[in-house]
Design a protein around this ligand. Structure first.
Ligand code: SF4
Length: 400
């Protein structure tokens, strides 16, 4: 495995690191500021805080990086501390899936990059980012860019992924010395959502994106940049609970579901059959955004209460809780019940595969069809033909 990071670093000595730390237009936030240029100004006064989830994500990345650097597998870190945090079995398993995926793309002549800083300041002022991994294969004129998403919440797609495209622009900028690359393949690996997606972009298309992003960056840094609400951009925007543009946008959509004002001057929801297909589409297209807007309002009020403030009409209470064993419980139960204090359980699929291997596992496992779910027509998955559903389930019953 050839390492490319050193060559990348050499070019980067020129970049001002202090500036980078405060860069407004980051790669990770690009989906937001590209789609809503006004969000840069809107987020200006919010402090950057770490959440439990972002800390967990950082730890998973640290673990992957340690594995690549030391040529080890993730399970060799179970129970050990990385940056003060203990690596759990679950995290090691998910991260190992990512490591295997990245390693499976390496070839004899590939060049590997790990946690590499890339500079795309030629299109975005002070633009930089740290990509998780990249594997460049000169003989195939392709560069794979890998992004580990450890979150289990929102599904991330590689399709037209702006973060990946900015990394690709950075690589192209940094690695001009490597000669020709025809295309980049952007991979999103989200193990806790069982989501692996990839998307190809040619160098020509990437340069077009570079021009577009240059314009959006200039707009985002200009005075009175427009606020443009939308699912992608508002999802992680820190101003969500206070943004007038989003609140107006939400109001317009919700109004589609309201009926005429009745005699008592009370607004009521229309019966569903009275909502037109056009209105239904508008509501469904923006359902997640509306819910997320309401959630951000809820969080705003919760934050006020949890920090000792007041809010008329709302209070904090203890939620439902369950009994837990005290530390002396095991010894006590052993004394009382002997071996009956324990129950035998079948080992899990991952553990079984580790012990008996994939081949034998194929004899005893099956992957049933998932529950039918309605998604937007832009979703990359193939649409299910309803007539086929019954046949598919019959086939599966036969196999079982
Ligand atoms: S909440 Fe949405 S519309 Fe408002 S500034 Fe943020 S991204 Fe833009």
């Amino acid at each position: 495995m050839k390492l490319g990071n050193d060559k990348m670093k050499a070019k980067k000595e020129e970049i001002n690191h202090e500036k980078r730390k405060h860069a407004l237009l980051s790669a990770s936030g690009s989906s937001r500021w590209i789609n809503c240029p006004g969000s840069v100004e809107a987020e200006k006064n919010y402090p950057r805080t770490e959440t439990e989830f972002s800390k967990e994500g950082t730890l998973a990345h640290e673990l992957a990086d340690n594995c690549f650097k030391k040529g080890k597998d993730a399970d060799s870190f179970i129970g050990k501390r990385i940056t003060g945090e203990i690596i759990s079995k679950d995290m090691a398993r998910y991260v190992q899936e990512y490591i295997d995926y990245v390693r499976s793309h390496e070839t004899k002549d590939s060049i590997f990059f790990g946690e590499a800083e890339v500079d795309f300041s030629h299109v975005v002022p002070e633009g930089f980012g740290t990509l998780d991994n990249a594997v460049l294969i000169p003989s195939q004129r392709i560069c794979h860019i890998f992004d580990l998403k450890y979150g289990a919440g929102v599904l991330v797609s590689a399709f037209e992924n702006t973060q990946g495209q900015l990394y690709a622009l950075g690589i192209l900028n940094d690695l001009g010395w490597l000669g020709d690359i025809d295309k980049f393949r952007i991979h999103i690996f989200q193990p806790r959502k069982e989501n692996i997606s990839y998307w190809d972009i040619t160098v020509e298309e990437l340069n077009q994106f570079g021009k577009y992003v240059e314009e959006r960056a200039a707009l985002a840094l200009s005075k009175n940049a427009p606020r443009i609400p939308g699912e992608k951009q508002c999802e992680w925007c820190m101003d969500k609970a206070n943004c007038k543009a989003l609140s107006k946008f939400t109001e317009n959509i919700i109004m589609a579901a309201f009926d005429e004002v009745d005699e008592e001057q009370e607004e009521i929801f229309k019966p569903v059959e009275k909502i037109s297909d056009k209105e239904k589409k508008l509501i469904l297209d923006n359902k997640d955004l509306i819910i997320s807007f309401f959630n951000s309002i809820e969080k705003d009020v919760y934050d006020r209460l949890i920090t000792g403030g007041e809010f008329k009409g709302m209070k904090l209470v203890y939620g439902k809780s369950y009994r837990v064993f005290k530390p002396n419980a095991e010894a006590f139960l052993k004394k009382e019940l002997g071996s009956e204090a324990y129950e035998k359980k079948l080992i899990g699929i991952t553990e079984a595969e580790k012990r008996i291997g994939k081949k034998k596992m194929a004899k005893i496992t099956n992957k049933p069809l998932g529950k039918l779910t309605m998604v937007k027509s832009t979703d990359p998955r193939k649409a299910v033909v309803v007539e086929d559903v019954a046949d598919n389930f019959e086939d599966l019953d036969d196999e079982l």
